[in-house]
Design a protein around this ligand. Sequence first.
Ligand code: SF4
Length: 459
Amino acid sequence: MDDGISLIQCPRKDVHQEEIQEECDEPPGIPLPLTHLHPKPQEAAIPRKAAVVLPFAARRQPKTSSKTRIFRRKFFPAATDKEWNNWHWQINNRIHSILQLCRFLDLSSQETDALGNLSVKLPLGITPYYMSLISGEAPDSALRKTVVPTVHEFFKAPEEADDPLCEDRQSPVPGLVHRYPDRVLLLAHDFCSTYCRYCTRSRVVGHGRLYPNRVRLEKAIAYIRANTQIRDVLISGGDPLTLSDARLDWILTKLRQVPHVEIIRIGTKVPAVLPQRITVQLVRMLRRHHPIWMSLHFIHPDECTPEAHRACAMLADAGIPLNSQTVLLAGVNDSLDTMTLLVHQLLKMRVRPYYLYQCDPISGSSHFRTPVEKGLEIIRGLRGFTSGYAVPTYVIDAPGGGGKIPVMPDYIMGRTDTEWILRNYEGKTFQYPDPDHRLSPLLANSPVTPEKDEGIPME
Ligand code: SF4
């Protein structure tokens, strides 16, 4: 049986081995050696490195959960803190085969049958850290369902497609999707540390075909440079934060050299599945390229661990606005209680719940998809009952490439010439008097004659 500590056997092994050699990332949670903070007497002339001051919220958090601690002790007793907290170690020790999986989970027949047939599908990949959150859980437990394949993936419903959003059709150069006028999606590469079984890009990610090589990326950046209406670039993938700092820095520098690119967004699941990746060096590099925004991918409150808290705190302290994009998944987070807990946890991590996505009809996703009414029910249960910041916009990404369409519960009940009939979160009806610009000289386009204000005494 595999000891789980061997190097990964994935097609991208060579790339990540290279990165390990070219980088020396100090993982979070490892105190810097005293020599980093206090120069030896003979080195007194060398300027001191600033000590890393953790934000208050991160300092209050325990470093890890008891669940993860017990898991580590049981399955990785030889791994030192430094290794466990190193993102390269986490990637190199990913669980990616049925043999490894058997070591951590009692597999159900539906899982075993799926794992024998994975060669043509999205590969299996789970970081040891994320495995610590699901080990010992039942096959129908929330997080386990999202990363361990089952036979349901092999059933393709008639309405499903490999590329339901038609991204390939809207791709003017390889790895770049241009759907909306002023923004593009740049696929940095196709590697993720952990593969989500409901991934919209399962036709692309994990297949080892989309490399972060200079020639391809330069073509994509040349396209962005030539199209001056593009002001917003979303870097996604695969997970861009599984690139080395140097590679990511190169992409960001190139994009920053394009004068009309105003903001850069990074789409990542790293804080949830590989929080060790958020290092001091990474955030220091990212803040050089502001304004940087991040779309994080949290789907369940169990992902909001001390490690995730700490990773988000470091990003937020670097001035990066954090938003979460959550996919609505049957049997995972399709209940008001679970979603309420998730959005509250996110706000505590300074992550704004941004989108709640209806699961896309990708091939083999029917066991994950919920009726649209379920999403509406959740939004109805949040709006008015908790902070407005905690309520995401529920969207359906239109099959065929129509883009995201917000779907709202029916708060508008009707309108007349003079008023809107509205329903509040308690189901009560209210009228809002609609200003009629044709009747009001103050609001019409005609010039307004200032009048003496009767309410204020004149000098
Ligand atoms: S992290 Fe994102 S890109 Fe990677 S498998 Fe999950 S959903 Fe897909």
